[in-house]
Design a protein around this ligand. Sequence first.
Ligand code: ZN
Length: 337
Amino acid sequence: MPTSGASTELNDEDYERVNWLIQYLTDDLDSWLSSSIACCDSCYDDYVSKWPLAHTRKGGLQYQNMPAEAFYDGSRRVRGFLSETDFLRLLPYIACPNCGDSIGPNLFAFELPFDPADFEEDLRSLGDIARLAPFLVLTNSFAQAVKTEVEQLCSSIVADLPSGHTFRGRSVDAGSASATDFGPPPRSKTREGRYNHAGRPALYLAETSMTCWEECRRPHPPFSIATFVFTRPVKILDLSEPDEITEVMAALMYSNLAAAPSDGEGWDRPEYVLTRFVADCARIAGIDAIQYSSTRPGSGASLVLLDGSRFTDSVRITGIEIFPPRKGDYPRRRATA
Ligand SMILES: [Zn+2]
């Protein structure tokens, strides 16, 4: 919609043009990126802090932003409607859907699979109780909805033998590493993790060796990656494609309650309370593993085998290799917004 000042600052003709511009800009973004405008320069940080997965996932905000001029060059309907001069003159009269201020000079294209306004208050109150009294999280109505949804999702999952490989990295030299190095830590050394409680080991695996390297915070040598195959059928709750699950679960997985990157080494990990809650719901429903989007920028999916004590009868290591394969092959750091 137009900004609040558009009707008083523009003449009737330009105000009408702004309304058409909104329509054509929406059409062009939809046909180009299957997205709409998510936020603007002034509220980008706020948006990303609320929906971190919208920033980090493939095809997310980090990759789908462009200067207004670049958008104009690639647009079809907008170019056919306005000169670049008029486009840049009228663009500031379009209101950002997140904060209401005028958008520009950059366009941030992304579309959550739900209306964020429907969930922001629920997620805020859920975060409050998770930080204040995590054992009482189920007194929150949104947490109850999450539990119901996880139970429903889990009820239709059948055990299956996953095909392909998964990966796990350790700061060890491949030449002297053994399978034991790549198993879960012992109970006495297990800290709380995104999907496990302290003292309850789980096995975290990555979809690709690159995801693994990113999840391990781009470690320096020596670093090696073990390749795993599953050896028994397992029930996997797949939350790695939030666009394909229910709105309640998608909102949780996109939110800072589930997708906040954790770089701290301390014991205070409020960002893990809700994911561990989801893991508990899944455990009770008989689920063996959860697949989820990596919280590292541009990375793929990760998978956690919830019961680390079943490591030896669930997976087998088929190889251990130093990573990256040759010295100097470190992947280049991706540009960040
Ligand atoms: Zn904004």
